[in-house]
Design a protein around this ligand. Structure first.
Ligand code: OXD
Length: 307
């Protein structure tokens, strides 16, 4: 079996070692080196020439949850399945991050940090949890895990997705009810994939549909939000602020207004880091299923503008 590997990251050696251990009979080439044919490719942010070289592969495994870097870079070879990572250690990290963001906002810890810096003893009256709705914009494998983590805290939970979701304790809104969904969110958690349909979905118009004082958390992709529109709505006082892990341009340029804005808390795309061991274990199990002629989960649906 010929495997073609590429990552735009700097941890390629760790991946190759783990793949060789999990699939001892495979011949592994690291792009731009390649064998006569490619049975499977394992890639992260591949360059266009590599995408063309994957034609004929039985499957291409994306070494992350989001496939936008592939979907946007070039024409995809016909008939080749693209498979995304599912969880692989990311769900637990996302649950930690989003739970922190929600509790930090709800318990007003940012305000207490400011008060401490000024040596001010000021007990705030607290916010009303019954009206403190937390909404998930997009709720797949990762979002469902995060929603389960938040359930015990008792916030009203809602989600917005293409099709109705039946998650106990989470009200489901379908695509045509975005306005109603947004109106219910004191905290909006973005967990959508970036596609042609979702790029810039959170613009001045849609962000203005959030209630006054709402807070935005983005752990998905920066380009879901029009960054200047978000800033304008925070500056106008309509939004309370945002906690952001992802940005339209990464690394976030040093001159970007987000860095020093008092309403923004940011982290450098560390919300959920891919675990090499768990990812390779998942991919090796899927390759065995494909070899046995069995169906696998995580295949990206090309009918919904992902590709
Ligand atoms: C991913 C990411 O898509 O790391 O997995 O952002």
């Amino acid at each position: 079996m010929n495997i073609l590997f590429y990552t735009a990251g700097d941890n390629g050696a760790g991946w190759v070692e783990a793949i060789a251990r999990a699939l001892p009979h495979a011949r592994i080439s690291v792009w731009p080196q390649r064998g006569a044919s490619v049975d499977y490719a394992l890639v992260w942010k591949p360059p266009p020439a590599l995408i063309a070289a994957m034609s004929g592969a039985r499957a291409v495994f994306n070494l992350g949850a989001g496939v936008d870097a592939i979907a946007e870079s070039s024409a995809w070879p016909a008939g080749v399945s693209l498979v995304r990572l599912e969880d692989a250690g990311m769900a637990e990290q996302m649950a930690e991050y989003v739970t922190y963001a929600v509790l930090r906002r709800y318990r007003e810890f940012a305000a207490y940090e400011v008060a401490q810096a000024a040596a001010v003893w000021n007990a705030r009256p607290g916010l009303d949890k019954r009206t403190f709705g937390v909404g998930f914009l997009g709720i797949g494998v990762l979002g469902t895990h995060v929603a389960h983590a938040l359930l015990p805290f008792g916030f009203p939970l809602a989600c917005w997705s293409r099709t109705t979701k039946d998650i106990p304790g989470v009200s489901s809104f379908t695509a045509d009810r975005l306005e109603l969904f947004l109106a219910s969110c004191r905290i909006l958690v973005c967990m959508l994939p970036l596609t042609r349909a979702t790029r810039g979905l959170l613009s001045r118009d849609t962000l203005a549909q959030l209630p006054h004082g709402a807070y935005v958390v983005n752990v998905a992709r920066g380009a879901l939000i029009v960054e200047n529109d978000l800033l304008a709505l925070i500056d106008s006082g309509h939004l309370a602020g945002a906690m952001l892990d992802v940005f339209e341009n990464e690394p976030l340029p040093a001159v970007h207004a987000f860095w020093h804005h008092p309403g923004i808390t940011l982290t450098p795309h560390i919300c959920a880091v891919t675990s090499i061991a768990q990812s390779v274990e998942q991919i090796a199990a899927k390759i065995s299923r494909v070899e046995a002629g069995l169906a696998i989960s995580g295949v990206v649906d090309s009918g919904h503008a992902y590709l």
